[in-house]
Design a protein around this ligand. Structure first.
Ligand code: ADP
Length: 397
């Protein structure tokens, strides 16, 4: 049976999923796993869809192992193990930035990789690792088709106003504009919502992807019309370690008055701010929720406040809100944070059902609540596999 691999390659981890293509052309998840702690002491684990451990390995002294080394090891393992008779026919990748050019997934070739390389400064935490995985697979299996699926693509056709900064036109024309990210997640949520609540899916919805990275997307009839992340994935909400939107004057002050270098400022805004910076304790929501420190509580309160504030802005972009969807690590699992955010949005006519919320939904609003509120688990890996399958089918046709 043929199968597709989805890869989501981050700075210190690579998530992978294997989807079998069934007789009807549908995708069935057969296995998945993660390589974690890359650069420290890498560990890999893979499990079948039934939870059976297929692979477990750690490299205690493997700090020098690169993404490419670890992928080579995974491929070597996959070649020796029959993967229950599955033949890998393509690999799909999450690629964070597709710039102005790419509104849809693309088959990878050398030219594409060069074009995407030029976008690395716009997504320094993600893009280099996405491309490293593509290059590694091209070396390991040059004949295997690879597909790049862009996180920016879902937002590509949003209204021009939502893409503009109030900067001189020439900068916009040179690409200094609001792109938006988490597009694979929002695209999946739009698909799932159309199955779960088709009437709502055709209306005005704010989707909240709240994980280590966090953003909101305003969707009208399943299409992005505005989003909180902009030129880079730094904009908008407060995140695990990222600041979210900031008065640009702060950056000037850090540079001119405090003598910080561009590299120091990048490190501060991407890696030392957000929940970690405000709490001084951790970037992880579970750690903060368990902490009794007032700084942890302040970080949680600010997180909810910022989501409420940005949701208010997107409600204006949409001209009203019919529904809200929570997704990703925090959105799917943290009932207390959902409750805090929903209480901030009561002015929209929202009334949370705390009993349903405590059970993670899927519907967590009261019957009379005007925006209906759902919890819907995202699945970026499946979205990548769906796109990859479509592209290779198009190639074969
Ligand atoms: P990433 O952006 O790395 O994919 P995730 O979507 O996995 O991030 O989200 C990670 C965040 O979700 C962390 O802050 C983590 O604490 C939080 N999280 C995961 N599970 C829970 C849970 N059960 N309760 C509260 N927060 C959770």
């Amino acid at each position: 049976m043929k199968a597709i691999v989805s890869l989501n390659s981050g700075s210190s981890s690579i998530k992978f999923s294997l989807f079998a293509i069934d007789e009807t052309g549908g995708l069935q998840l057969s296995a998945g796993g993660k390589i974690e702690k890359i650069g420290i002491s890498p560990a890999v684990e893979a499990r079948s869809v039934d939870g059976e451990t297929l692979l477990e390995r750690e490299w205690a002294n493997g700090a020098a192992l690169s993404h490419a080394d670890l992928l080579a090891d995974l491929f070597a393992w996959a070649a020796e193990h029959p993967l229950q008779g599955r033949e890998i026919v393509a690999v799909g990748h999450r690629v964070v930035h597709g710039g102005t050019q790419f509104a849809a997934p693309r088959l990878v070739d050398f030219e594409l990789v060069d074009t995407l390389e030029a976008l690395c400064p716009l997504a320094p935490l993600h893009q280099p690792h996405n491309l490293a995985a593509i290059r590694a697979i091209a070396q390991l299996a040059p004949e295997l088709p690879q597909v790049a699926c862009f996180d920016t693509a879902f937002h590509h056709d949003k209204p021009d106003l939502a893409a503009r900064f109030a900067l001189p036109r020439s900068l916009h024309d040179e690409g200094v504009r609001r792109y938006g990210f988490h597009g694979l997640s929002y695209e999946y949520i739009a698909l799932r919502l159309a199955e779960i609540d088709p009437v709502l899916a055709s209306g005005r919805v704010i989707a909240a992807h709240l994980g280590n990275g966090a953003s909101l997307c305003a969707m009208a009839a399943g299409r992005s019309v505005d989003t909180t992340m902009g030129f880079t994935a730094l904009d908008g909400l407060m995140m695990g370690t990222r600041s979210g939107s900031l008065d640009p004057g702060v950056v000037l002050h850090l540079q001119t008055q405090m003598g910080m270098s561009p590299a120091d400022i990048e490190d501060l805004l991407y890696r030392k701010s957000g929940l970690l910076g405000v709490s001084g304790i951790s970037s992880d929501m579970r750690t903060l929720t368990a902490s009794m420190a007032p700084e942890a509580e302040e970080a949680l309160a600010l997180f909810a406040w910022r989501v409420g504030r940005e949701a208010g802005a997107l409600a204006s972009s949409l001209g009203g809100v019919d529904g809200i969807v929570f997704t990703a690590g925090i959105g799917e699992n943290d009932a207390d944070m959902r409750s805090r955010i929903c209480r901030r949005l009561e002015w929209l006519g929202l009334e949370i059902n705390e009993i349903a919320n405590a059970c993670d939904g899927p519907l967590i609003s009261m019957p009379d609540s005007r925006p209906r509120v759902y919890v819907i688990p995202t699945d970026e890996e499946r979205m990548i596999a769906l796109h990859t399958l479509n592209i290779i089918k198009g190639q074969a046709a």
